[in-house]
Write a protein that binds this ligand. Structure first.
Ligand code: PHE
Length: 353
């Protein structure tokens, strides 16, 4: 076989190998085998010098043609294979934009927290500060400093959750003292007044605990909001005006309030406040047990004995306090027939608010 024939043979083998290469690595292997430093075509071109001067031009020309043919075939195949490679990657990573998205269920604010926040906002708007106290409380703050006598029934272990019961203990100051789950937010009154000089305008929302079995109108854990004002010249009229404002803000401008005389050890005089029934508008119906009124909170003028425990001069200052149950307000506002529904965590119920 002449050298020119050998070259033609190499060209057709090379072109076949290029077409047969199925990926870029294989194709590069073919390139090295023919056109690399030790490639077969390179070998022929190196051997040109050994040819006779007559043979050289024809062989040189053919060799160049073969190289060009192989190079352009390599180039063409390369872009074919890269395109195929890209296509394969695209279809492997495919994102089907027509698929429905994954749903992340949206949470809602719990009704109790929402109403507590609404009430807080009303009082912040009146210039009150927010105060907090511990849920695990000393008996001293929960009862003693709030003027509960030692034998007061609310202190009984049947009504209050005790963490440490020191009943019968001779010393009944701040320390040592029985430890309990606070039964109301009123101990925050004492803690606030221990640390502040009047004028005091505070609101204290928080959880409270009582040894009650859960039923439609009782929960062993519920939420209260305590209000406390101590300043010069505060009267029952200030208390009444403040609570009237609160009730209209919560229930709407058409609702009326009624103050009934009541008793709390730490306020004197004391009252319970009713709001006119929103279902019968005060006419009397099943919801309000035919009275036309619904009880919403307890309140009164701060008892001078409480001032005595915190060193505030009762001749100079007077004050009022109130405490309301948030679950009860929620139930009255939205006609929830059973307080337990508020704490059971059933989303079908809670999502309505
Ligand atoms: N702490 C009382 C209760 O839980 C409510 C109350 C608060 C009454 C402040 C008067 C003043 O029933």
């Amino acid at each position: 076989m002449s050298v020119v024939e050998q070259l033609k043979e190499q060209q057709s083998q090379g072109l076949a190998a290029i077409m047969a290469a199925s990926d870029l690595t294989e194709l590069d292997g073919v390139r090295v085998a023919y056109l690399g430093k030790k490639g077969s075509l390179t070998g022929v071109l190196r051997g040109l010098g050994t040819l006779s001067p007559e043979e050289r031009p024809a062989v040189g020309k053919t060799a160049n043609e073969v190289r060009e043919a192989l190079e352009s075939a390599l180039e063409a195949r390369k872009s074919e294979l890269s395109a195929a490679d890209m296509q394969a990657r695209i279809s492997a990573d495919v994102v089907d934009v027509t698929l429905p998205g994954r749903k992340h269920p949206l949470g809602t604010r719990h009704l109790i927290n929402r109403i507590a926040a609404e009430i807080t906002d009303i009082f912040v708007g009146l210039g009150y500060q927010i105060a907090e106290g511990p849920e695990v409380e000393l008996e001293y703050y929960n009862f003693t400093a709030l003027n509960h006598p030692p034998q007061h029934p609310a202190r009984a272990a049947t009504d209050t959750f005790y963490v440490r019961d020191l009943s019968g203990d001779q010393f009944d100051g701040p320390e040592p003292s029985g430890v309990l789950l606070r039964t109301h937010t009123s101990p925050v009154q004492v803690r606030t007044l221990e640390n502040a000089e009047p004028p005091v305008y505070v609101l204290a929302p928080g959880k409270v605990y009582r040894r009650d079995i859960a039923d439609p109108s009782h929960l062993p854990q519920f939420t209260q909001i305590e209000g406390l004002v101590v300043d010069e010249g505060i009267t029952f009229a200030d208390l009444k005006g403040t609570l009237d404002h609160l009730v209209r803000e919560i229930f709407g401008p058409d609702r009326r309030t009624r103050f009934r005389p009541h008793f709390f050890p730490f306020t004197e005089p004391s009252a319970e406040v009713d709001v006119s029934c929103g279902i019968c508008n005060g006419e009397g119906c099943r919801f309000c047990k035919n009275s036309g009124w619904l009880e919403i909170l307890g309140c009164g003028m701060v008892d001078p004995n409480v001032f005595g425990h915190v060193g505030i001069d009762p001749e100079r200052y007077t004050g009022f306090a109130f405490g309301l149950g948030v679950e009860r307000i929620a139930a009255l506002k939205y006609n929830v027939p059973d307080l337990r529904m508020l704490v059971e965590g059933d989303m079908r119920f809670l999502r309505q608010f």
